[in-house]
Ligand binder design. Structure first.
Ligand SMILES: Nc1ncnc2c1ncn2[C@@H]1O[C@H](COP(=O)(O)OP(=O)(O)OP(=O)(O)O)[C@@H](O)[C@H]1O
Ligand SMILES: [Mg+2]
Length: 296
């Protein structure tokens, strides 16, 4: 396949050409409107206990691209760091009601916690440092793993897709996300240690599937921070595809300083740099996700 002068594969892929994962690029048509028979949101958790792999960046930008595809989207911040909220221009520390309150008191109204972002159709349920206490406080709850599922249940009628941004841990909050979800997306940074810990994560997903949530599926593994100019990155991606096969998304997200910049700007890349390669890659990811989750 033709490469650009800098050795990168061009952003635009045509069906049948070799994609960045070394497999033929699939046909990914413009997504159709959601089936009119669908009444409940599809819930997807973005999960990897390794830190800094692109969970939050992917939640924000996949969410914005799903809005572009006509979906009503809620992003749930399940990380006490609150990065998802901050990345969407919401200061979670000044919020009186956050996801923590919804988890800890069954009567708390979700509408008071949810914030509309500057992207119409994209809402966020913020988190702040209060949430770190939930990990401990939930331990003594009855059916503690189902707490988030109970919070999200009434919201499933209001949205088409709910994305949960997990913290870098496999603690009780992440188990709650997996119990509430229909599917998991695992962002993996394309570097040497990427595969370390993934076995533990897939093992946890399998256990949650068997014991708590039989509908849970691994929707896909997403290569992030990919730099096709380095042999190292290409080799890592090859190994990921060898290990996981077709569950790996064809789309990979390339490394670019635009993503840290969007966090500072507090908006998705589709607003900040709508024509950039990064925005285009997340649009392709949204198409793949909608293809793999027909109910969404
Ligand atoms: N494709 C990319 N290219 C360059 N930088 C990126 C890319 N994706 C994310 N980043 C940057 O890498 C850092 C970590 O990304 P992000 O916060 O999305 O990861 P995370 O997995 O949510 O981290 P944590 O585990 O701490 O929650 C951020 O500064 C982000 O802006
Ligand atoms: Mg994060």
């Amino acid at each position: 396949m033709a490469r650009t002068p800098r050795g990168e594969r061009p952003a635009a892929q045509s069906p049948g050409s070799v994609g960045p994962t070394g497999r033929p690029w699939p046909d990914l048509p413009q997504p159709a409107a959601r089936q009119s028979s669908a009444t409940e949101a599809v819930v997807l958790a973005l999960c990897n206990q390794k830190g800094g792999v692109g969970k939050t960046t992917s939640t924000i930008n996949l969410g914005a691209c799903l809005v572009e595809a006509g979906r009503r989207v809620l992003l749930v911040d399940l990380d006490p760091q609150g990065s998802l909220s901050v990345g969407l221009g919401v200061n979670p520390h000044t919020r009186e009601v956050s996801v923590y309150n919804l988890l800890m008191s069954s009567g708390a109204p979700a509408e008071e916690a949810i914030v509309a972002t500057s992207t119409a159709g994209l809402d966020v349920l913020p988190a702040n440092i209060d949430l770190s206490a939930a990990e401990v406080q939930l331990v003594s709850e009855v059916a503690r793993e189902h707490t988030l599922a109970r919070v999200l249940a009434p919201l499933k009628a209001v949205y088409d897709i709910i994305l949960i941004d997990c913290a870098p841990s496999l603690g009780l909050l992440t188990i709650n996300a997996l119990t509430a979800a229909d599917g998991v997306i695992i962002p993996l940074e394309c570097e040497f240690f990427a595969l370390r810990g993934v076995a533990m994560l897939t093992d946890t997903i399998a256990k949650v599937h068997d014991r708590l949530n039989p509908k849970l599926e691994l929707v896909g593994i997403l290569g992030t921070m990919y730099d096709g100019r380095t042999l190292h990155n290409r080799e890592v991606l090859e190994r990921v595809v060898e290990a996981f096969g077709d569950v790996v998304f064809h789309t990979t997200i390339r490394r670019t300083v635009k993503f840290p910049e969007t966090t500072v700007a507090g908006e998705p890349i589709t607003n900040y740099a709508s024509d950039s390669a990064g925005a285009q890659q997340y649009r392709m990811l949204a198409r793949e996700v909608l293809q793999r989750c027909p109910a969404a």
